[in-house]
Design a protein around this ligand. Structure first.
Ligand code: NAP
Length: 320
């Protein structure tokens, strides 16, 4: 089979499409014929060798795939050959024609969700779910600012928060992104590339501030976010690419808090809840992964460059 391999940590050029042996599922494992693989920002940090999780070399990137069960190992009961699934991590990497996974790492992909959309479920929607439900404990009638709403996590959060009954404010940095965020359900959208847009957001909340902020770029925005919070507001740090100095007084004045998480630390109980919630939302149409670009597997390096550039518009997926 064909698979993308990383033989050394480095720039996008270290992603090479190679011919490798197709793995066979052992007991408790499944082999998935991958129809699409989702590209996430953390894939690029891992490839560069700068991420907290450093896989042994060589490795195939990708935790998010969607496809069809090709074969199952002894004792597998949850799925059978021919079932449509999305993956939540894999054993062998999703940037490939086939991926080996544990039985518990594959989940039913509803018929109405395409494979390319299915490749955008695990990291983006799990992050959005965990941020809104577990970390922020957001409730209907509250307001949320999705700060960076045009990408994978942000568009997922906009759809989810809207379905939960929140008032949703979103931001994007291009007209295409702004249109996307409106289309996915935000009540009002702001341009985070424009000077002074924070005042417009505060005005839109009636001067009260947002109850919840989901922050995709904390090293740039965290100091300003605290002034956009309502009393008892919560900033949830999802994305961060550096350091920032903040004055905690802004939190104290509002009885507010800033919290962060990484998906690697979610508990098995949280994960069970998340998949049940996501599959229900995918089935009933409230969750609709937005695919911005499909690229062939051979263009994994281009995907890694483009995902870090401004102008996000949903997910970038690789199609074997
Ligand atoms: P993505 O698809 O590349 O989207 C990036 C988003 O950030 C876009 O909406 C982009 O908007 C926005 N952005 C750019 N400049 C911004 C600014 N100055 N202020 C606010 N937003 C800005 O990435 P993603 O998959 O949504 O992930 C978003 C971030 O969360 C990444 O840093 C990722 O590593 C992190 N993440 C963390 C976890 C976790 O477990 N904590 C899980 C998933 C993702 P424009 O392109 O329109 O400017």
């Amino acid at each position: 089979m064909k698979a993308v391999l990383v033989r050394e940590f480095g720039g996008p050029e270290v992603l090479k499409l190679e011919e490798v042996l197709t793995p066979k599922p052992a007991a408790g494992q499944v082999l998935v014929r991958i129809h699409a693989a989702g590209v996430n920002p953390y894939d690029t940090y891992m490839r560069a060798g700068t991420y907290a999780v450093k896989p042994p070399l060589p490795y195939t990137p990708g935790s998010d795939g969607a496809g069809v069960i090709e074969a199952v190992g002894d004792g597998v009961k949850k799925v059978k050959k021919g079932d449509r699934v999305y993956t939540a991590k894999t054993l062998s990497g999703a940037y490939a024609e086939y991926a080996l996974a544990l039985e518990e790492q594959v989940h039913a992909l509803p018929d109405k969700i395409s494979f390319s959309q299915g490749a955008g479920v695990w990291v983006p929607y799990t992050t959005a779910y965990h941020a809104l439900h577990h970390s922020a404990q957001a409730r209907a009638s509250e307001s949320v600012l999705v700060h960076g709403a045009s990408g994978g996590v942000g568009s997922a959060a906009v759809q989810m928060a809207r379905a939960m009954g929140l008032t949703v404010f979103g931001t994007a940095g291009t007209q295409k992104g702004i249109d996307l965020v409106k289309r996915e359900g935000a009540h009002q959208v702001f341009d985070h590339s424009k000077a002074g847009y924070q005042e417009e957001i505060l005005k839109a909340t009636g001067g009260r501030g947002a109850d919840v902020i989901l922050e995709m770029l904390a090293n740039v925005n965290l100091a300003a976010d605290r002034k956009l919070l309502a009393t008892n507001g919560r900033v949830i740090v999802i994305g961060n690419r550096g350091e920032i100095t903040i004055n905690p007084r802004d939190l104290m004045l509002r009885r507010a808090s800033a919290r962060g998480f990484t998906l690697w630390a979610i508990t098995p109980a949280e994960e069970t809840e998340i998949h049940a919630g996501l599959i229900a939302g995918l089935e009933n149409g409230t969750l609709r992964p937005v695919v911005g670009k499909e690229l062939p597997l051979a263009e994994a390096a281009r995907a890694h460059k483009e995902i870090l550039e401004p102008g996000a518009a949903g997910k970038i997926v690789l199609v074997p």
